[in-house]
Design a protein around this ligand. Structure first.
Ligand code: MRU
Length: 359
């Protein structure tokens, strides 16, 4: 029997009959495709925190579905008590990961549905919450495809592309953000070559991006993060596409640790860097990159997680930030579903939101 492509699975979905958020456990990829049904708030929190479901848009979708399930299970019919319970679940899920703004964005969107419909019976509010969670996921498909179409305008046959971490289908509802232009270019028959940074320490580039792109038949080469400068020096890539977890109003961008090194190096080598950013990842309330909370994770992710034997001496100090801030000076453009923002980003990002709100 032919092996089922990873791209034919849903990254995250809602099974309302089973009251479950259904995910592919990404910590097991590429060797095992394990589908998990998360039915408790603690399971959903843990899955996000452990990166079983990961990537900014995907955790937003999982959070929205999770808070819907919390609301659904509440027996309260009194609005105030219902809202208190809803809020408790929202705050809890929001605490699972701090950097990607999509999580709190999606949870706030769910809360807005509750507050706008407080006159309705609680049972009706629950139905509206279901619709909103499904809408957040469906919209993400359009958002990613549209980012792909804008990104495609920057590509031509024969291009070499460098990417970092996984901003692919596994991080979104479909297509990915940074990978969407690659999928469209490939569909169009462009002969592209993608270099995927392995992305230490959790290897999202090796385990997920390389896997996804290979499954799609795209020419992908895996490299250690430290090789990216040499790849650019050799002239093998002419563009960098990466995703993001939060873009500040001035254009500074948080993305997977190592993105800043890559962007600084790309600037030196005159390779343009494009951040692929759904507007749900742009936080206009966050003035600069300095205001972005960077998640720090356990040191064991560096010293032992991926090795059969521990690879660092016992007792060594570790520093394991999950994200870094790429200064806007190293960013050529920010590709959104409402067009590409170019410097000065303070103005162009505002313009993007004007277009979004006019829609
Ligand atoms: O820690 P992760 O794997 O959730 O980090 C993911 C990234 O940094 C992605 O580049 C980002 O979330 C964009 S996903 C479209």
């Amino acid at each position: 029997m032919e092996e089922r492509s990873i791209l034919s699975y849903e990254t995250v979905s809602l099974d309302d009959d089973k009251s479950a958020v259904v995910i592919i456990d990404q910590t097991k990829l590429p060797y095992e495709t394990v589908i998990k049904e998360l039915t408790t708030q603690n399971q959903i929190w843990t899955a996000i925190n452990r990166l079983e479901v990961r990537g900014a848009p995907a955790i937003g979708i999982a959070g929205a579905m999770g808070v819907y399930l919390a609301a659904k299970e509440t027996m309260e019919v009194d609005f105030d008590i219902f809202y208190d319970k809803f809020n408790e679940a929202k705050e809890y899920l929001d605490s699972s990961r701090p950097t990607a703004v999509n999580l709190s964005w999606a949870l706030k969107r769910m809360e807005a549905v509750v507050l706008a419909n407080k006159e309705l019976p609680v049972a009706e509010i629950k139905k509206l919450l279901y619709n909103e969670a499904v809408a957040i996921k469906e919209e993400d498909v359009w958002v990613c495809k549209t980012i792909g179409e804008y990104g495609l305008t920057l590509l031509k046959d024969g291009d070499g592309i460098l990417t970092h971490c996984n901003a692919g289908q596994l991080a979104t509802a479909k297509y990915g953000t940074a990978t969407a232009p690659m999928y469209l270019a490939h569909e169009k028959g462009y002969n592209i070559r993608v270099f995927a940074d392995e992305t230490r320490p959790l290897l999202q580039g090796a385990r997920l991006t390389a896997y996804e792109l290979l499954s799609a038949g795209i020419n992908v080469t895996l490299n250690c993060d430290g090789a990216s400068s040499m790849i650019m020096q050799n002239g093998w890539v002419n563009i960098v596409f990466v995703g993001c977890d939060r873009v500040a109003a001035n254009g500074d961008t948080a993305n997977k640790i190592g993105t800043a090194n890559l962007a600084i190096s790309a600037k030196y080598h005159n390779v343009p860097v494009y951040i692929c950013a759904p507007t749900s990842t742009i936080d206009m309330e966050c003035a600069t990159g300095k205001d972005i909370h960077i998640e720090e994770r356990l040191g064991e992710e560096i010293t032992e997680t991926w090795y059969s034997n521990r690879m660092a001496p016992n007792g060594v100090n570790t520093f394991n930030p999950a994200f870094d801030i790429t200064n806007r000076d190293c960013i050529t453009g920010i590709i959104t579903e409402y067009g590409i923002a170019y410097p000065p980003f303070e103005e162009s990002l505002k313009e993007i939101f004007i277009r979004k709100n006019a829609r």
